[in-house]
Structure formats: C-alpha cells, structure tokens
Design a protein around this ligand. Structure first.
Ligand SMILES: C[S@@+](CC[C@H](N)C(=O)[O-])C[C@H]1O[C@@H](n2cnc3c(N)ncnc32)[C@H](O)[C@@H]1O
Ligand code: SF4
Ligand code: SF4
Length: 300
C-alpha cells in the first residue's frame, strides 16, 4: 500500500473511532450471484444467477464513495463471470481506483483466472490441501494453483473458510502460501452456519483449537492477514455485531455489515473474521488497532 493511501485510511479510521461515527468505510459490491461452482459450505450462489448491469455497478461505486467508503471489495457469486456492455471485472477495478477508492480487492474462486494486477489484493479461496479443498469445492485445486502461479503480479491472498471438513488443514494452507508464487498471505474465516450448512459449523472448543494454531503460526512468522488480538472475540463470538463501518450492496439493495444480517440469530454465530476485526477496531480497541497497523503494513 502506498504511504499516502495508508495515511488517508488512518485519518478516516481515527475520525471514525474518535467521533464514534457509524458511516461505512469498507464496502462490498456483489456483481452477480452466478457461480461456476457449488461448494458444500456456500448458501449464496446461483439464487438468481443475474449479472447486474454495468450502469448499476458504476452508480453503486459512486454512491459508496460518496458515503465515505474507501476500501472496496468486488464479490460474487464468481466475480470473474461478470461482464456487461463491453466491460470486464478488470475495467471495474480500474474505474474504482479512478473514483478514488484507496484499496480495491476482489474475492474469487480462482478457477477462471486470477491475474488482476490493478487490484490491491486478489483474495483466492483455497479451502485446504488438495484433498479437503476438492471435497468442498469440486476438482479445482490444481487449476487454481496454476492460475495463481501464472498471474503477472504477487497480489494474491489465500482465503480459507474453516469448517468440519478442513479444520485439520490450517497449516497446509499456510505452507501452500509460502511455496506458491504470487501469494502474499493467507486470511481465515470460520464457517458461518447459514441455513442448510449447519452441519459444517465448529464447536467453541474446535474454534479455540484452530485459533491456537493460527496464533502459533502468526508467532512463527507465517504470512497471516488476520489479527491475533481479535481471535478470542472471534472464538467466543463476543465482538460487537453488526459492524456499522461495513456495507454490502447488491442489485440496488444495501445491508449494514453483510447480507447475512437478515438471517435471524446468525450474527451470534458469525465466523467472518473481518466483521470482528473491523467492529473491534472501530469501537476503539487499541490492541486491535496496533495489531492492524503491524499486520496490514506487512502484507498490503
Ligand atoms: C461467497 S464467496 C464469493 C467469491 C468467490 N466465489 C469465492 O468462492 O471466493 C466469498 C467467500 O465466502 C466464503 N464462504 C462461503 N460460504 C461461507 C460460510 N458459510 N461461512 C464462511 N465463509 C463462507 C467462501 O469460501 C469464499 O471465500
Ligand atoms: S465459488 Fe464462491 S460463490 Fe461459488 S459456490 Fe463456492 S463459495 Fe459460493
Ligand atoms: S453474520 Fe452478522 S456480524 Fe457476521 S458478517 Fe453477517 S451481518 Fe455481519
């Protein structure tokens, strides 16, 4: 990250904390819910399979920026399936930068392509070593690794959702990050038990064991883009929800924190690390703030 962007983000963050502002700083745009995979843990793909039109996405970017959002994520479904009126995902990333977003990131399953040099981070979902990943995501592991290695820039962060199937593969994903070209870091989530996926959720004891392992790996200097200081709150689901500084837009609708806010009782079982990390940060948790600076400066 450029120093100028970091200072601007620090200013936005500091004023949010000081003035207890609930304005959003982190925004996600769902480009489509269409997806080429049917992962076992996912409940949000191919519900409508609509590719949202470019003028609508552009209006959403402009609206988010005007609201104060400076960190933008493009999400799906599978965002690399999005193209409309001659525009591609790459064009959207370039346009987002031109609008003035300081960090522009994409979350992808990595099966179509990964190369997006204009993005700050390309978050590529990798749910374990080859066996567990393929169990969850179909036979895609080799293709994803090949796509990552042939990308033109080292801006990839592996993204693992830890659940009953792959809970033993945390270290394996960290090792993959170390040996795979173009990978900067790994970021984790725990499974969030959307209706129909409850069988994959982890008990508190299992989450604690995973958190202990993540902590050990952070201490051993593995490239992990999560905050050690937030782990106890994540394990015990004691972080404040929802995170008012995060916002999601899809097809003209807006949600604070995540679309999952509409599912009764789900926030109390939330496994999304970002929700915990940002909500603790913006509540003014100093340990999390220092941790964030240390970690983000290293990997973004
Ligand atoms: C919904 S996907 C959309 C982007 C892209 N299709 C992908 O798989 O990366 C975004 C992320 O959410 C994660 N995810 C899906 N269902 C989840 C759940 N129930 N709990 C936690 N993470 C989940 C996926 O593993 C993925 O990393
Ligand atoms: S690739 Fe992403 S959107 Fe598609 S089914 Fe898997 S987790 Fe869901
Ligand atoms: S489950 Fe609740 S706290 Fe977690 S991401 Fe969704 S809305 Fe936010």
């Amino acid at each position: 990250m450029e120093l100028r962007s970091l200072l601007q983000l620090a200013y936005f963050g500091a004023t949010t904390i000081l003035f207890k502002r609930k304005r959003p700083l982190v925004g996600s745009i769902i480009l489509t819910d269409k997806c080429n995979l049917a992962c076992k843990h996912c409940a949000v793909s191919n519900i409508t399979s609509i590719i949202y039109p470019y003028p609508q996405i552009r209006a959403e970017m402009q609206w988010l920026y005007a609201e104060g959002v400076r960190i933008l994520f493009f999400y799906g479904g599978e965002p690399f399936l999005w193209r409309n009126q001659g525009h591609t995902l790459q064009d959207l990333v370039i346009e987002a930068k031109q609008i003035g977003f300081l960090l522009v990131n994409v979350v992808t399953n990595g099966t179509i392509q990964v190369d997006l040099p204009e993005a700050d981070l390309v978050m590529v979902s990798l749910d374990g070593g080859k066996e567990k990943h393929n169990d969850i995501r179909g036979d895609t592991y080799d293709r994803i690794i090949a796509n990552i290695e042939k990308a033109s820039r080292g801006n990839v962060c592996l993204y693992m959702a830890i659940n009953q199937i792959n809970k033993g593969d945390i270290r394996a994903v960290c090792e993959t990050a170390l040996r795979t070209k173009n990978v900067k870091a790994v970021s984790f989530n725990f499974h969030t038990p959307y209706p129909g996926t409850e069988q994959l959720k982890l008990s508190r004891t299992e989450k604690q064991a995973c958190a202990n392992q993540i902590e050990e790996l952070i201490d051993a200097d593995y490239p992990i883009l999560n905050l050690k200081s937030a782990l106890p709150y994540i394990v015990n689901n004691t972080f404040p929800t929802p995170c008012y500084q995060c916002i999601v837009v899809e097809n003209g609708e807006k949600w604070v924190c995540g679309r999952c806010i509409d599912i009764e009782g789900l926030c109390a079982e939330c496994g999304f690390f970002f929700a915990a990390e940002f909500s603790l940060l913006f509540k003014g948790n100093m340990k999390v703030l220092l941790d964030l600076f240390r970690t983000y400066l290293k990997y973004i």
